[in-house]
Design a protein around this ligand. Structure first.
Ligand code: AKG
Length: 395
C-alpha cells in the first residue's frame, strides 16, 4: 500500500505515491473527512525510498543512539501498597522514580489479563477495517477522538509510522458512553468492541485512582487529595498500531514528546520500542506482560509544583514485527483549576512554579497550536497570557 495524497489524484506528479486500486474511493473518503493523506504502510514498504514526510531529523533517529540500555525503572507491587503491607516501600520507589524521570511500572494491579488481551484483539479489528471505513472515522481538527493514520490529519512532516484510534472516557455518566461511541462511529457490529473498551476504561479509571493515592503518599500529601481531584476525571484512551518498517533507522513510531496529560497508564506488547530520555540518553522500557507502565505528564508535574518530572519519551519502530500499545491518558475534568496542594507550597519547598490553569485550555493549546514537547508548559503559559484567555497568569 502507499501514502495517498487526496489532491494528488488529479496531479500524479505528487511526490507521494498512489495506490491504484483504492485511489478513487480513498480519495472521496479522504476529501469527505478533509484528511489530506491516507497511510498505507504495507505498500509504502514496497517503495524504494521512504517518503520524506516520514524521515525524522538526525538527532531524533533511533540510530543516533542505538538505545540498548534499559531504564531500570522500579517495578512497584501495587497490591502490597493497597493492602497496607508495603506502603512505605512502594512510596519510596515511586518517589525516587518520579523525582528523576517520572516512569515506573506496576504489577499486582488487579486488572484482569483476559480484559487486556481482549482490548488488543478488538483494536486489531478496527485497524483491519478497509481504509474507507477508517477514513470515515478520522479524528476532527482540534479533536482527540477517532482514527488517525500517521497523524497526517494534523502534521505534514515528521510523521509517526503508526495508526491510532482514540476516544474519550469520563466514566461518570449513566450511559456506557464508550459503547455508544463505538456503535455510532465505528459501526453497530462493533458493539462488543465498545463493551470491551468500556470495561477496560473503567478498570483504568479505578487503577488511576489507586495510583493517585500512591503518588499522594509518595509526595507527603494527604492520601486522598489527588484521588478526589481525579474522581470526575475526563480521560483519553488511545490504541496504537506500529506496522513493521524496513527503514526503521529513518522513521519513528511516536516522536519524542512529553505527555501534556496528568498520568499515563500504558500496556505494551512483547515487541518493545518504548524509550525514555533520562540522564542524557535514550533508555529502553523493557516490556513486561503483567505490568502497566506509568508515567507522569505535564499536568501532574504542575500539580506537584514541579517536583515530579514529566519526561521525554518516544517509540521506535521494528523492522520485522508489528507492535501494539494501549494507552490511557488521565486528565482532570476540563474546567478544574490545576494547582498544587498546600503541603507542596510551604516555605522549604519553594514558591509556585506554575500559574493556575485549566486542562481545557492546555488541551486546546496542544491540539490546535502546539506539538507537545519538553517546553509545552512554558509555551502554553506564554500563549495563555497573550491570547486574552486570562488577563494575568497570577501565581
Ligand atoms: O507506544 C508507546 O510505547 C508510546 C506511546 C505514546 O507515547 C503515546 O501514544 O503518546
Amino acid at each position: 500500500m502507499s501514502l495517498v495524497m487526496a489532491d494528488s489524484i488529479s496531479s500524479p506528479s505528487s511526490t507521494i505515491l498512489l495506490c491504484p486500486q483504492t485511489t478513487t474511493a480513498a480519495a472521496a473518503a479522504a476529501a469527505a473527512s478533509s484528511q489530506p493523506f491516507v497511510f498505507y504502510p504495507s505498500l509504502l514498504q514496497k517503495q524504494p525510498d521512504l517518503p520524506k514526510e516520514f524521515i525524522w531529523p538526525n538527532n531524533d533517529h533511533a540510530a543516533a543512539s542505538q538505545a540498548v540500555e534499559e531504564l531500570n525503572e522500579p517495578i512497584v507491587d501495587l497490591g502490597s501498597f493497597l493492602s497496607g503491607e508495603a506502603t512505605a516501600v512502594a512510596a519510596q520507589l515511586v518517589r525516587e522514580a518520579c523525582l528523576n524521570h517520572g516512569f515506573f511500572q506496576v504489577t499486582n494491579h488487579g486488572v484482569n489479563p483476559d480484559l487486556i488481551d481482549a482490548a488488543y484483539e478488538e483494536a486489531g479489528k478496527i485497524f483491519e477495517l478497509p481504509v474507507n471505513r477508517k477514513l470515515r472515522m478520522t479524528r476532527k481538527p482540534g479533536g482527540v477522538s477517532g482514527y488517525s493514520g500517521a497523524h497526517a490529519d494534523r502534521y505534514s512532516s515528521n510523521l509517526p509510522w503508526k495508526e491510532t484510534f482514540s476516544f474519550g472516557f469520563s466514566g461518570s455518566e449513566e450511559m456506557p458512553s464508550v459503547v455508544e461511541y463505538f456503535r455510532s462511529v465505528v459501526g453497530e457490529e462493533f458493539e462488543r468492541s465498545g463493551w470491551v473498551y468500556q470495561r477496560y476504561c473503567e478498570a483504568m479509571k479505578e487503577l488511576s485512582l489507586e495510583i493517585m493515592e500512591l503518588l499522594a503518599v509518595s509526595l507527603g500529601v494527604e492520601k486522598t487529595h489527588f484521588r478526589s481531584f481525579f474522581e470526575d476525571s475526563s480521560s483519553i484512551m488511545r490504541c496504537n498500531l506500529y506496522p513493521p518498517c524496513r527503514n526503521e533507522r529513518l522513521a519513528m513510531g511516536t516522536g519524542p514528546h512529553c505527555d501534556p496529560t496528568s498520568l499515563t497508564i500504558l500496556h505494551q506488547d512483547q515487541v518493545g520500542g518504548l524509550q525514555v530520555f533520562a540522564g542524557g540518553r535514550w533508555l529502553t522500557v523493557k516490556p513486561c506482560r503483567s505490568a502497566f507502565v506509568i508515567n507522569i505528564g505535564d499536568t501532574f508535574m504542575a500539580l506537584s509544583n514541579g517536583k515530579y518530572k514529566s519526561c521525554l519519551h518516544r517509540a521506535i519502530v521494528n523492522r520485522e514485527r508489528e507492535r501494539r500499545s494501549l494507552v490511557y491518558f488521565v486528565c482532570p475534568r476540563e474546567d478544574k483549576v490545576v494547582k498544587p496542594p498546600p503541603e507542596l507550597l510551604c516555605a522549604e519547598l519553594g514558591l509556585r512554579q506554575y500559574p493556575d490553569f485549566t486542562w481545557s485550555d492546555l488541551l486546546h493549546f496542544t491540539q490546535s497550536h502546539y506539538r507537545a514537547d519538553e517546553a509545552t508548559l512554558k509555551s502554553f503559559f506564554k500563549w495563555l497570557m497573550s491570547s486574552n484567555r486570562v488577563d494575568d497568569c497570577s501565581m
